[in-house]
Design a protein around this ligand. Sequence first.
Ligand code: GLU
Length: 473
Amino acid sequence: MSTTSEYSFFQSVEKSFDKASKYTNWEEGLLEQIKACNSIYSMRFPVKMDDGRIEVIEAYRVQHSQHKSPCKGGIRFSMAVNQDEVMALAALMTYKCAIVNVPFGGGKGGIKINPRTLSAYELEKITRRYTAELVKKNFIGPGIDVPAPDYGTGEREMAWIVDTYQSLKPGEIDAAGCVTGKPVSLGGVRGRKEATGLGVFYGVREVCLMGDVMKKLGLTVGIENKRVIVQGLGNVGYFSAKFFRTHGAKVVAIAEFEGAIYCADGLDEEAVFQHRKTTGSILNFPGATNIEKSSDALEMDCDILIPAALENVIDKNNAPNIKAKIIGEAANGPLTPEADEILSKKGVLVIPDMYLNAGGVTVSYFEWLKNLSHVRYGRLEKRFTENANINIINQMEELTGKKVSATERAVIAHGPDEIDLVHSGLEETMINATREIMDIWNANPSIPDMRTAAYVCAINKVAHSYTELGIFP
Ligand code: GLU
């Protein structure tokens, strides 16, 4: 965590909220309730490490809002975890879910460990014990609070969580819905792994298709040939880079802990990933230039900057040097409030985290629905649609006397698989959310930036749920 901001992470979320609430008409008490973290579970538990030592593990689960159930949000494994950070991330989840119309409250969990220095066995013991603690306090369940992957966690950890939960709750028919981001074999959904990166791409692409916005920034419309810099080659950074590249943008630089690399012709994230796997470093990638100080990559010339690692990487010190015209916040909270203000004055368009990285939770929602319905997406309609499409092609060929090619026939006939439905649901969600936020901004030009417009969108939706619940008539 950076120490260059005068605000803690949670305070900076509150600051953005307060800034936005001025553009709404909700009464003070209701705004205070929306802003507050409802439940905070701070725990300590002992784990016997491989060398025989007993280590006391510090961990948290925060439920920011229960205006909709269950609460939803990832669990991160990182040495930077602390209560303030988990509270901030849980709050962002509430607003994120509201913007993309995912009917969950916000939650987040964190365990203060460095997963890179622990063995798989130690990680498994910690994850299972953490889950058991959550069960004991009723802080997990398909209708209560549903964790997911976040920084430092993935499918493997989610598999341990669902297995622990199921063993402690025998016979619970919807138990698979207690966590999302699971492997497909354990009730996961196809498309969850790449969801956040793909959502980042869909969100940025939608903004780049807005002629008026591009004109103001002095950029051409569309994603093709845009120069992109990605910070972080974890799950979110890797897939963001992949979708930008495969849709015609050039990923000119990638940054990681150990340094960054630059190539004006564009980098292939998969090749870079493999290079890092074999050599242990992103540096010395064939055809690319090394940038020894990783953070220097953020200040390089580009059209779109994608910080996809941790919070507070752009602060008041480096914000004045940023050359990107668009910053797509793939990470949660990559800008300090001071940096936000500097960049907004510079005319940089910051596409805010709490909706731009909502792809993960959106597809988690699809996974949860799949778990509750106990059926794979596409199972019922795939063949029916294919047969109907083949009938249409046959009829067209008969009426016109012309034949479509075998490749075209296959494309037109194709009935949706699970992955097709998940990707299209995600695309629809991100496009709608982008337009909704931009509409709010256009309708009120005194709103200073896109983040504030996104918060206005979130506040209005959460406030409506509260008033609909009749708690604040
Ligand atoms: N950790 C992701 C996020 O911050 C995903 C959360 C989820 O799928 O519940 O949005």
